[in-house]
Design a protein. Structure first.
Length: 322
């Protein structure tokens, strides 16, 4: 594993100023709630007013996300001096329009459309990723132990295409890493036998309790699509194999992931975009203090083709009801 600050893009001073102006103009027109459909549509139009280089970076990443399946934009204008205390409650989300939420809405539209799941944080389009007292051992965004590698909502037929993670505040020791592992690094290290087994639909992935048990009967492969550049769908904590060959392949996959992932320590204003189709993500452990200054990320999902989930979204909105 390597910890790296490379493969990052930073906009110039004038570009950041232009982006900040666009985000502030969007905020000036904001209603009371981030999730208001009119503001979501306004953000879609405002994306065209963002700096050309940002739009080019996002467009190129969307076409091909590279060997790491991750885009890192650094130093975005989040207005750190205006940040309140880090939230400490389960299900925390950003419902009131603020500068970081405006940035997430803008860039999500460069990747596709922002959307969320009704069963997860009540369908909020911008969600807080923060440690919560009493949830330290939880395998999810409220925990602070190591978060194992996973495809976001791996069990769901309409998974997000991209996961956007914007850092508002680091952990106290500045040691917490976002960890990612792309299929394009994993594939060459797998044996032919494991690759063949992982491509067969012999696996099930359990959904979290909030989603019910709708995903447990759906068999799927771990590697799907083009054998030379497959999609990767796996949740280390929730996916299990139904055959001996599948179990052996998962054991090999876990070993390869541990030897080929990398990590980045996000700083305030850093935005990591993870290509959820080919890249797993997780997090190292850290020690929260619950003093209002703990690590705080905000998360948004983007879908390249929202039409595919139309039967899951009442009134053609941005929330999947099931």
């Amino acid at each position: 594993m390597t910890t790296t600050e490379q493969r990052a893009a930073r906009l110039s001073g004038p570009e950041l100023a232009d982006l900040s102006r666009t985000a502030h103009k969007l905020l000036e027109r904001a209603p009371d709630r981030v999730d208001d459909p009119a503001w979501v549509a306004d953000a879609r139009r405002a994306w065209e007013e963002t700096p050309a280089r940002l739009r080019r970076l996002v467009r190129e990443f969307r076409r091909h996300s590279g060997t790491d399946g991750r885009l890192l934009l650094t130093g975005l204008p989040i207005g750190p001096e205006r940040l309140p205390d880090t939230p400490v409650v389960m299900g925390s989300a950003q419902r009131t329009p603020a500068l970081p939420a405006a940035l997430l809405m803008l860039i999500a539209h460069g990747l596709g459309d922002p959307a969320a799941f009704a069963a997860e944080k009540d369908g909020a389009l911008v969600q807080d990723v923060v440690p919560v007292p009493g949830q330290e051992e939880f395998q999810g965004n409220a925990g602070s132990v190591e978060l194992t590698f996973h495809t976001e909502n791996a069990f769901h037929p309409h998974r997000p295409d991209y996961v956007l993670l914007l850092c508002l505040r680091t952990d106290h020791e500045e040691q917490a890493e976002l960890r990612t592992c792309c299929s394009r690094r994993v594939l060459p290290r797998l044996t032919d036998r494991a690759r063949a087994a992982l491509a067969r639909p012999e696996y099930v992935t359990e959904p979290p309790p909030s989603f019910g048990r709708g995903g447990t009967d759906s068999l799927h492969g771990i590697l799907t699509g083009d054998p030379e550049d497959p999609d990767l769908c796996y949740d280390e904590a929730a996916t299990r194999a139904l055959t001996d060959a599948g179990r052996a392949a998962l054991a090999e996959l876990d070993t390869v992931i541990r030897g080929s992932h990398d990590g980045v320590r996000l700083r305030p204003g850093d935005l990591a975009v993870v290509d959820n189709r080919v890249t797993l993500h997780g997090r190292s452990s850290f020690r929260p203090r619950f003093d209002g200054r703990d690590r705080w990320l905000q998360r948004t999902f983007a879908f390249t083709d929202l039409r595919r989930s139309r039967n899951h979204r009442p009134a053609d909105g941005n929330v999947l009801a099931k």
